[in-house]
Design a protein around this ligand. Sequence first.
Ligand SMILES: [Zn+2]
Length: 377
Amino acid sequence: MRTQPLQLTRELLHFNTINPPGMERDCAHHLGKLLETAGFEVKYHEFAEARTSVFATVGGRHEKPPICFTGHIDIVPLGMAKWSKDPFTGETDGDRLFGRGSTDMKSGIAAFVVAAIKLAPFLKNSPGITLVLTASEEVGCEGAKYLAEEKLLDRAGAIVVAEPTANYPYIGHKGLMWVEIETKGKTAHGSMPEQGENAILKMNKVIAKLEHFDWKHECGIDCHHVMGKPTMNIATIHGGLNTNSVPDSAKLTVDIRTVPGIDHVHLCHSIQNLIGDIGSVRKIVDTPPLYSEPDEWIESVYVTATPFIDGKPSPKTIMFSTDGADLKRGYGGAVPTVIIGPGQPEMAHQTDEWCSVSRIDQSVEIFEKIMRDWNGI
Ligand SMILES: [Zn+2]
């Protein structure tokens, strides 16, 4: 019997892959078995115990490399607010399918798995399809980073990331770099501050410098023709233990969103140089920017997606970051990459997260067409 995308999305919703702790193994094996039965060659890769990614390929013995479709198996926590629907059973109400991961992004995985299974019997002598189902995207893209760094990705000629876009094809996203900055001082009694060294006052100087960070001067670029400007948000600050002591430590975290052309290692050094010996900078999250200038293949994806969205797409990038950046790097860096999937971007990580059932069906159509075009079938 043919696998139905709604049914498969529901099956995936049943697995609790909330990250942390993730524990993607059971869900990964469920998908792996399904693909194996359909003729895919399936491998499992674990970056830690039970943190399983699936690498599945069919066809591919061809001069032209396969096309890669990717999605993450993990989901974010449910949040503090009470859900009005069960997050794990896949309840529907009209066109809406509810559940944690319905939008981000088990529906996207289900859609390309269904399309790939349908085409698997016809791919023997064609470039083929590779499916990369990753663990732990939601915590620093750990699964994708592992696959890229351990060189487990083989080859691909194009990448489709099925993150929630309501089926609009985006051509990239900003990079993400989070840093922690620590200042250290010397504690003393609060009545004699002159005997101590105040870590919070030092942090004040750090903040003043960051507030006037000059992107052009430090990184050589302050605007991208599609993505716009890089940003820096001072996000959290902690310092001091009690009111009658001089604080001897303060910590700041900063959320930085970069554009292509900004190298994260260089950026980290620039910040350290800027603040000098007032504080120390440590990188805590690092995902590079992702961008593909529209080429012939991307134009063909635009044409395929047009009937399902409001008019012909134009070059746009999306706000959130994805595994695509690490996978693209793992595939050598020059692989055109598009982000397109059935989920509602505004419902990602929300209470009562839902996905439109008809959009899932549309994604299957879009993905099948992209796969057929790539393979000439
Ligand atoms: Zn996601």
